[in-house]
Design a protein around this ligand. Structure first.
Ligand SMILES: [Zn+2]
Length: 424
């Protein structure tokens, strides 16, 4: 059935358009954006007072399938994505088995086709088992549907291996996404190294553990010409180095997470593992640099790093808990409240960070409302009052520091391939 989304403020950065109009979707594709559109038998959604944007892309999630379905699976994670306003997600390969072969990539693609509420694009591992030693079957994974390579969760520590991986990524024209952490510098750390870690007696992860890896990789990116992307960037120096590399014309990009532009180590609840993630929440000078880089466009994308862990794992002592939090259902509301409402970035810039930004890195053929584009649309409000209750989450996990936070603004409806997959 066709869909008409009526009277919304349509923001489509890909065509530099921002105006009140209707969006018509027919046969799963965008048929037109104009005032007074209609179609016989169309399902009508009244978006008066709301924003209508291209479907949001989250280029960094962990769906935990195969292997950790007690934490999340493709169905539950994709439903959380839809409820967060995302129409496409890219899932990291640190499953069990690791997605380091065409077999696992194909399995994810098939499961997604059968069960997912949104588009799911697998990211293949850089190295076998993400062990950092032997390159995985990159070409075969690409043929099976992988859209990028990454060993996320772990860095590729060996510079020689990373150089070879970049050469392969370049020859297959895939982005290579690095989890930037020098494991020797961060070893044993549980939170950002600074005054707060000293106060709480926890071992620190220095900003330098991220910075030295970004520095090394930018040298290798220059050497190889690979499309290199820094996952979840979190430090002032890392941002400055990426900015420098981009000014030199290197095809280098980065993303940040909602928690890194929202929280600092000062706002952590003591020893609460819902504030434990990698990279850790940094000091405010780093957070401020992240916000500025989002405003300037040095940071291309907001990505959640949605990392579900079941309560049994997150309720241990702080030092024993795994890193990571869920984030799909709160990302848009946090961006509206923390970035747009205070005037730190414009609404259009925020929409870019969820659409054209990740699209420019991942090249999924999405992120636009141009006629003929896939019928993926995100409808959201800057006014709606709601409270996030993690116990109502579509995710199978509950590890969020934003439980019971009251929000102004958030997703209202999510359309994927011309079908409503979620409505508030
Ligand atoms: Zn990571």
């Amino acid at each position: 059935m066709p869909i008409v989304i009526k009277n919304g403020r349509v923001i489509d950065p890909a065509s530099s358009s921002d105006r009140v109009a209707d969006v018509l979707i027919v046969d799963g594709r965008i048929a037109g954006v104009a005032p007074n559109l209609s179609s016989p038998k169309a399902e009508v959604f009244d978006a008066t007072g709301m924003i209508v944007a291209p479907g949001f892309i989250d280029m960094h999630v962990h769906l935990r399938e195969p292997g950790f379905e007690h934490a999340e699976n493709i169905e539950s994670g994709s439903r959380a994505a839809a409820a967060g306003g995302f129409t496409s997600v890219c899932c990291m390969p640190n499953t069990k088995p690791v997605n380091d072969s065409a077999t696992v990539t194909s399995y994810i693609v098939q499961q997604a086709r059968a069960k997912a509420a949104v588009n799911v694009f697998p990211i293949g591992a850089i190295t076998k088992g993400s062990a950092g030693e032997e390159l995985s079957a990159i070409g075969a994974m690409k043929s099976a549907g992988a859209v990028a390579i990454s060993d996320d969760g772990l860095p590729v520590m060996n510079a020689r291996v990373m150089r070879r991986a970049m050469e392969f990524a370049r020859s297959y024209d895939l982005p290579i996404i690095q989890h930037c952490e020098d494991l020797n510098l961060s070893a044993g750390g549980d939170m950002h190294e600074g005054a707060q870690s000293v106060r709480w007696g926890l071992r620190g992860i220095p900003a330098a553990s991220e910075d030295v890896m970004v520095a090394r990789d930018l040298v290798l990116a220059q050497l190889t010409g690979a499309r290199y992307h820094v996952a979840h960037i979190s430090t002032r120096n890392a941002v400055a180095m990426v900015e420098y590399a981009r000014r030199q014309g290197l095809p280098v990009t980065c993303e940040t997470t909602p928690h890194h532009f929202t929280l600092t180590d000062q706002e952590m609840a003591p020893y609460d593992s819902n504030y434990k993630m990698k990279p850790p929440l940094r000091a405010s000078c780093h957070r401020d640099a992240i916000v500025s880089a989002l405003a300037s466009g040095t940071i291309a994308a907001i990505a959640t790093d949605h990392a579900p862990h079941p309560g049994s794992e997150k309720m241990q002592e702080f030092e024993r808990c795994p890193f990571g939090i869920i984030g799909l259902e709160t990302a848009l509301a946090l961006a509206l409240e923390e970035l747009v409402a205070p005037g730190r970035i414009t609404l259009t810039r925020m929409v870019e960070a969820f659409t054209t930004g990740p699209e420019s890195v991942m090249r999924l053929g999405r992120g636009t409302l141009a006629p003929g584009a896939p019928g993926d649309v995100t409808v959201f409000s800057t006014e709606v009052d709601w409270t996030y209750d993690v116990n109502q989450s579509f995710s199978r996990s509950r590890n969020s520091p934003f439980h019971q936070r009251r929000f102004k603004g958030g997703p209202m409806a999510t359309v994927v391939d011309g079908e409503f997959r979620w409505k508030r």
